[in-house]
Write a protein that binds this ligand. Sequence first.
Ligand SMILES: [Zn+2]
Length: 104
Amino acid sequence: MASQQPCGGSIDLFFDRIVDVAGLYHLDPALVLGHVAAHEIGHRLLGKGHAREGLMRSPWSARDFERATLGLLLFTAPDVETIRGEAAACERISSSEPSAVIRR
Ligand SMILES: [Zn+2]
């Protein structure tokens, strides 16, 4: 399921919570931050739902964090296919729009 505005917007990451979770599982906060950021970006492209497995699962268990440590907490193959489609659609939209103007 695609989100309504996959090509724009923002995500919120709460670093204090990330540090708390990292401490709970004895992980590097950077590892948790990276996976949380990827998960939230995944929501932008896949929608608000969660999956039964992979990076879009929620909540993450100790086993998920173990998989993250091994570099194995990933998007599923169907998620990857959807993300690629959404990213390509966003690229087509952005290439057909005028360049952004940065104002100071
Ligand atoms: Zn989520």
